[in-house]
Structure formats: C-alpha cells, structure tokens
Design a protein around this ligand. Structure first.
Ligand code: BGC
Ligand code: NOJ
Length: 814
C-alpha cells in the first residue's frame, strides 16, 4: 500500500494519511537552528548541537511512537470539542488530511467538522527560530467560534541530563512572560547566556508555562485539561517542566480564513549584558525583541519562505538530470541531494533513531558525507574539513567523533578505529576535485585541538597515510584497531560482560587482527594522495605513495584473496574472516566493493570474479546483504557483528551504505545494467509501492533493509542519517551517469544501462554551467565528446576559454 505520492513539480512528498507505518519525517533548518518533524507534527528542535542545546522535548521509545512535538489544538467554543489538525496528539479521524514534506519545510493540514486548519513549519534562512504558520478556514455555512492553542514542551538544554537528572531538574525550571511572549530561561541565572522564546502574532487570551497546569494531573498531550476547559490559567513555571502555550480566540464567518503565527526561537546574549537592568535577574530582551517583531509579521514570514524556496532551487539547480528512469530523476534532482544536506548537518546525531545525545559528528561519517554534499555549499564543506582535521591526533589517528558545539574530539569514545584517518584523504580529495581550491592544503590546522600544534592540512593527510604504514600486521595488511568501516567487526574486543560497549572495549593488544577493507581503502587513499601531491608539484612524493599503494595491492592479492572473492579480515588468532574456510561469514560485501573501486583486480579478472561472487551469494531483490552465511550465534572473537540476530544490521542485513560500492565497482567493470539494477533495488522511490513491507519513508534512504535471513526481509530501518545518502548520490551521478569532477576538469564517462537511449543533465561546476546531452549510438561505454560543436579527444571536458560560463556537451555513447 502507498501512503502518499511524489509531487515532483513542487519537490514535495505528499502523505495522504496520518497513520504511516512509522513516523515519516523531515528536517527543518539547514544552517544552525534545526528541527525534526514527523508527518503528525512530532519532533524537537535544537541549536547547532542536538545534545548540548536542545530547545524542545521529543520522546523516544514511547508509546505511541513519536510523542512530543509542535502541537496545535483547535477548539470549537460552541460544542467544546477540540482536536489537533496534525492528527497527533488527539488522533481525531480527519475528514481530509495531507502532509507535504518539502525542501526545509513541512505543511500539515486537515479538515474536521468543517474547519480546515493547515500549518506550515519552517526555519527561515540565517535565523535561529522556527515558524508555525497556521491558517484556519471556516468551511461551514454558519459562523464558527474557535480557540486555537499552540504549545511546546521545553527541554532543559542538555538533552542527556534532561532525560536522567530529575532530582535536580525538577527544581530548576524558570520562565518569564513579557508582552505576551514566553521566555524559557532555565539555568540562565548561572552559566547560560541563552534562552528560548515562544511568541504569537495574534492577541492572546491566555498562556500557560507549567506543564501540569496545562495538561492537568495524570493527563497527556492528547487531552490537555486547559484545552478541554477552553481557558489557559496563566501559570508561571517554577521547577518541574516548563512549557509554552498560547491561546487565541476567533470567530470566523462562513468562508473566512485567519492566519496565526506561532514562533519558537533561540537567542544568545553577550555575557556582560545578560540581564536588564544589569543587577537584576531579568533577561535582557533588547536584541531579541526586534527579531520577534519581524517574524510576527505575515508579510515578512512569506518573504522568508520565498527566500528558502529560492535557496533550495539554487542548491538543487547545481545538478539536474533527465533520464529514462523517474526514480533516478527524483532521487538525484531532489531527494537524495536533500538527504545529503541532512547527513552533512547531522552526521549520525539526531533523527527518530539517533537520540541526538549519543554520537555527535563521526570522523569517518562526516568525511564520507562530503562526497554527496561538497558541490552544494563548498564553503561549508571546507569548514567541516578543517574542523574534522583539527580533531586529528598527532599520531595521524583520529577521535572517532566530535561535538558540533565545542568542535572538540569526544573523549568518551576516543579513537583507534584504524580506517578513520584515510577518510580525511577521501574527503579532502572530493573537495579539491569539486572546487580546485588548493589553498585549503596550506591552512594551518591544530592536532587534537591544541593551540600551538598547527600544521598545514597537507601534513595531516601525510600523517593519515603514515598511520597505516606504522600499523601493519603479520601479513603486512593494516591492523584493524577497534574496528574498520564495519563498526561491528570488533576483533580486539573479546567482551563477555553484558552491557559493555563493543565500540570502546579492547581486551587484546591489537597486534594481530588485520583488515583487508582498510587495505583497499589505503590503496584508494594512495592514489588520491598522489594526485594531491602532484597538485603541489611533489612528483617524487607522489610516486612514493603510489609505490606504497602497489605494495599493499600485492599484499591483498597474496593474503587478501580467497580464490573467488576478497577476504574480509584476519582475527586475533590469525584466522581468516570472510573465507570459504569459515563455517559462517564466508563472504562479505565490503571488500568486494571497495577493493574493486580502489582499482584492485580490474585488469586481471579478479575484480570480475569478486563481483560475480557478490551477485551469486549476496544479491537479493531488496539489495545486497552484508555477508553470508549470517552468524547464527555470538562469537567472542568477532564482537558486535555476531550480537545481532541473523539478517539485521551488520549481521547479514542489507546495509545500504555499502551497496553503492558494488554499483561503482560494476560501473568500473563496464557493467551499466548491473550497476543501475543494484541502484534500483534500494532506491526508496522505486520501493514506494512496497510501503507496508519497506515501512520507512519512500523519499530517503534508510541505513538498513532486513536481509534474507530475517523474518522481515525487505523491511527498512533507521532512515535519514546514513552514509547511504552520500554514496548513492556519488555512485549514480559520478559513476553511472558518469559526470565526474576531477582535478583537471569535468569528466563525462557514463556507464548507463544498455536499454537507455541516453540522458540530459545540467551541471554547475567551478562557475561554469555544462549542458550535457548524452545519446546512445550502440552498445558499450565508449564516449565521443563534442564540446560547443567541436570534437574533443578523450572524455575530459576542457575548461572553457575566454571566460565563457555556459558550455554545451554532446556525448555519443557506444
Ligand atoms: C551499529 C553500527 C554503528 C555503531 C556506532 C552499532 O551498534 O550496529 O551500525 O556504526 O553502533 O556506534
Ligand atoms: C554506522 C556508522 O555511523 C558508520 O560509521 C559505520 O561505518 C557503519 N554503521 C557500519 O558499521
């Protein structure tokens, strides 16, 4: 069953019933102020850091699922009946319901008893606030006396502490109410210089700020006593749980429409000017008041919304394609690109499956996210690279994660994931290829955020590379450390204690277990780094990297090949993982995809064998599973991977992140049909008709689809925040459509399905717009280019002469 449809023209996904299998969400904000919002208005907001600056509360692991949100109630003052236009929290059966998730906004509307109410939620560009733009229309034949209520539950800032430290938190809540605006100022009296506010554009009939006064004892958000009664009590929160709620009364003539704006914001004051008057405890509101006033004005709000739309039109305009496949088009042109913005902003921190308190920004994750984001806002990619590099350790190793607010490495998790450093090389290479901005390599960047330790970014890359050379194992392959890309292959963990973290426990010295995956990554990094060295005219150094890469490639051939596929690793006993010799876990996807995309075995049939084995043993109609046979029990020497029941997550789930590695490998091997077939199997839009099986949003990728060993094969989980977004975008645009930024310019090397007659694309690249027309003349992937009417040798489009910014490229394939 389908729960909605794509509105491709408006770049929206339209949900037509509220009871989707799971909350289907969207992200608000794309700079500093963020929120997640479900199709029933659930979710929460935060400023920059989902853990340290949480503005409003959402409830995880609650029943019903998805509770806590931006809840609006409408009350019929004549009958006393009340409902929520977003279905939750009251869950009245609407006469009509739609939720439109768009680029940075969500509009949820419904009709109940002849009253239509629709709310557009969005975060204006360059602001630290969100707008709930409510439109109410009386579609009855008689006048309607109504009250509308807007409400939010404040979080006491630190989301982790808020959810655990009740003995303190129930006594610290504080608010102020001034000119009808509610200010939440918990901990402002001491070390915080920020507060939140909730304002309303209409004259209010009352407010509440104490949760219990609003809800009433033993009641939830589905039945607030104050809404039922039709009157708020002007409660002032002291301790317990501060909320913000406003009431607006209106009488609407038949056909009449009224708009009400609720605005929730975050504001910081300079430390020395926190209070007004200075010796008081009253929040200084001088700088926030003009902001509030601006956004209580409907004209300004509409203008801010128009700006947001233009902003997204601009971002998405960087790459637009028209292919014979609608699912490819809508993912590339809209949703996959959009998801790449979310993963860039959030890494793996805040979604309905990531609590926002666990992970901050991941080193390997954020570097990989750049692959799908860098073309959108290169300046932010640059800043991210420098932030990530500054958390690198002097050894070349890296903190596995950092907090976006402090930009400091996360000590609780530490480092020693031995793949981490190489992803910095991959991320920087992507940035350089997109922008040509080699100045980034000379930026002085700290190690471990220590002042005085600054070295050029280029040196960070050198250390990343050396890190592996200094950590080779008995076969000459890279030691794995805590884990490599597969966080669950914990070969030095050996944990038999319940609850111990697989990620941070190491009971072995780590001098034996080796990773063939890191070897593949190292080979790729050697090539990327050699290219970067050449950009600095360090040709000899470049040769050195390539030589190391070749040596590693030889080691992989010798000790990393199992006859028909690449091995995965050696464990702490020196035994093979991912080999025919193993009882379970005989073949893994990661090394088949990654070794080939690093170029190993492309010339001698090894790559083809690995890809054939992948197809034979790992491919399912729902995507390629991570390994086979699944681990049927817990293995002390393998760690978390064997902790999952078969078919889920890393234990033989379809881990969508690594499927594109095989797509790229297939494309490199010249198999466009195979590459695009794999692409389509996990493409969320193509899976839309499978709604009840797939269950997650049909417009974004999920981290995992249950593998064939699972009872729910085909069911997706953990949507939105996954490296799947960037890698799929990269695979389809750069390797299948083949529009590939390189240091020397834009390469056009499509490896598309045989049956495709061609495609069109527009790509903005280094200030030039390339209009590409690709037409198939015959089978195969040979390419003949004509650039502005002139035939060109090879497939690299030369930079246009004479400052031209518009270039036509004709591509004949076959
Ligand atoms: C998950 C991995 C994830 C890791 C991060 C594990 O429980 O299975 O996918 O990378 O946690 O901490
Ligand atoms: C999710 C993590 O965020 C990522 O870093 C890791 O590579 C994958 N899981 C695989 O374990």
């Amino acid at each position: 069953m389908q729960y909605g449809y794509f509105d491709d023209v408006n770049r929206e996904y339209v949900i037509t019933r509220p009871d989707t299998p799971l909350p289907w969400i969207n992200y608000l904000g794309c700079q500093e102020y963020f929120g997640i919002i479900s199709n029933t208005a659930g979710g929460y907001s935060f400023y920059r850091d989902a853990r340290l600056r949480r503005i409003s509360r959402g409830r995880y692991n609650n029943v019903p699922f998805d509770f806590g949100g931006r809840y609006i109630y409408v009350r019929d003052e004549t009958s006393g009946e009340f409902w929520s236009p977003s279905w939750q929290p009251t869950r009245h059966e609407p006469e009509q319901y739609t939720c439109r998730h768009g680029m940075g906004y969500t509009t949820i509307g419904s009709k109940y008893r002849g009253i239509a109410a629709s709310t557009r939620y969005f975060v204006p560009l360059d602001e630290k606030l969100e707008i709930w733009q409510l439109t109410v229309t009386n579609e009855r034949l008689t006048p309607a006396a109504l009250s509308v209520f807007g409400s939010v539950e404040f979080c006491l800032w630190d989301a982790q502490d808020d959810a655990t430290n009740f003995q303190r938190n129930f006594s610290i809540g504080e608010v102020e109410i001034e000119d009808g605006v509610i200010y939440h100022k918990t901990e402002y009296r001491e070390r915080r210089d920020h507060f939140a506010w909730l304002a309303c554009s209409a004259e209010t009939a009352g407010f509440d700020t104490q949760r219990e006064a609003f809800l009433g004892p033993y009641r939830g958000w589905d039945k607030p006593a104050a809404v039922e009664r039709g009157a708020l009590s002007n409660s002032v929160a002291h301790g317990w749980s501060p909320i913000g709620a406003h009431q607006v009364r209106m009488v609407l003539a038949p056909g009449e429409t009224r708009q009400v704006l609720f605005v929730l914001g975050y504001h910081e004051n300079p430390v020395a000017e926190k209070f007004d008057p200075p010796e008081s405890q009253t929040v200084n509101k001088k700088t926030v008041k003009p902001v509030i006033a601006r956004y209580l004005d409907a004209v300004a709000v509409d203008a801010a919304f128009a700006r947001l739309r233009e902003y997204w039109d601009g971002l998405l305009g960087i790459l637009q394609v028209h292919t014979p496949d609608i699912h490819t088009d809508r993912m590339v042109n809209v949703w996959n690109a959009y998801q790449c913005m979310a993963t860039f902003n959030m890494s793996r921190s805040a979604s309905f499956y990531e609590s926002g308190i666990g992970r901050g920004l991941g080193f390997r994750d954020s570097n990989q996210d750049l692959l799908g984001f860098v073309q959108m806002v290169p300046a932010r990619a640059r800043e991210r690279i420098l932030d990530l590099a500054a958390t690198q350790l002097p050894t070349g190793g890296a903190y596995h994660q950092y907090q976006p607010l402090t930009k400091k490495g996360n000590n609780d998790v530490g480092g020693n994931f031995n793949d981490d450093p190489h992803w910095l090389i991959v991320g920087v290479a992507a940035y350089l290829k997109e922008t040509g901005d080699t100045s980034i390599l000379d930026e002085a960047v700290q190690y471990d955020n220590q002042p005085g330790s600054e070295q050029p970014l280029y040196e960070h890359l050198q250390r990343s590379f050396r890190y592996t050379l200094e950590r080779l194992g008995p076969h000459g392959l890279p030691l794995i450390g805590r884990a490599d890309w597969n966080d669950c292959l914990n070969l030095n963990c050996f944990s038999d204690t319940p609850g111990q973290s697989f990620q941070t426990t190491t009971n072995k010295e780590g001098k034996v277990a080796e990773s063939v995956f890191i070897a593949g990554l190292f080979v790729l990094a050697s090539k990327e780094l050699a290219d970067i060295a050449r950009l600095r005219s360090l040709d000899q150094e470049a040769e050195g990297y390539l030589a190391e890469g070749r040596r590693m490639e030889e080691t992989v051939r010798k000790h990393g090949w199992d006859g028909d596929w690449f091995l995965r690793a050696y464990d702490d006993f020196g035994s093979k993982i991912g080999s025919k010799e193993c009882a379970e876990g005989k073949i893994f996807i990661e090394t088949q995809g990654f070794c080939v995309l690093a170029g190993i075995g492309l010339g001698d049939g090894m790559a083809q064998k690995a890809l054939d084995s992948t197809r034979r043993y790992l491919a399912t109609p729902h995507g390629i599973i991570l390994q086979q046979p699944a681990y049927s029990r817990y293995y002390l020497n393998l760690g978390e991977i064997s902790s999952y029941p078969p078919g889920y997550k890393e234990n033989a789930g379809i881990f969508c992140h690594n499927n594109p590695w095989v797509m790229i490998a297939e494309a490199m091997a010249g198999n466009g049909d195979g590459a695009h077939d794999y692409y389509s199997r996990i493409n969320p839009s193509a899976r839309e008709p499978l709604g009840d099986l797939h269950r997650c949003e049909p417009y974004v990728y999920a981290q995992m689809i249950a593998g064939r060993d699972a009872p729910t094969h085909g069911e997706a989980k953990n949507s939105w925040l996954t490296g799947t977004a960037a890698w799929n975008f990269y695979a389809i645009t750069q390797w299948i459509l083949g529009i590939r930024p390189e240091h020397g310019g834009l390469r056009i090397a499509p490896v598309i399905p045989e049956r495709w007659s061609g495609f069109q694309a527009t790509r903005r690249f280094r200030g030039v717009t390339y209009r590409i027309e690709a037409a198939r003349r015959g089978p195969g992937n040979a390419v003949a280019l004509t650039v502005d009417g002139r035939a060109v040798d090879g497939n690299l489009v030369p930079l246009p002469a004479g400052g031209r910014t518009d270039v036509r490229v004709k591509v004949v394939i076959g």
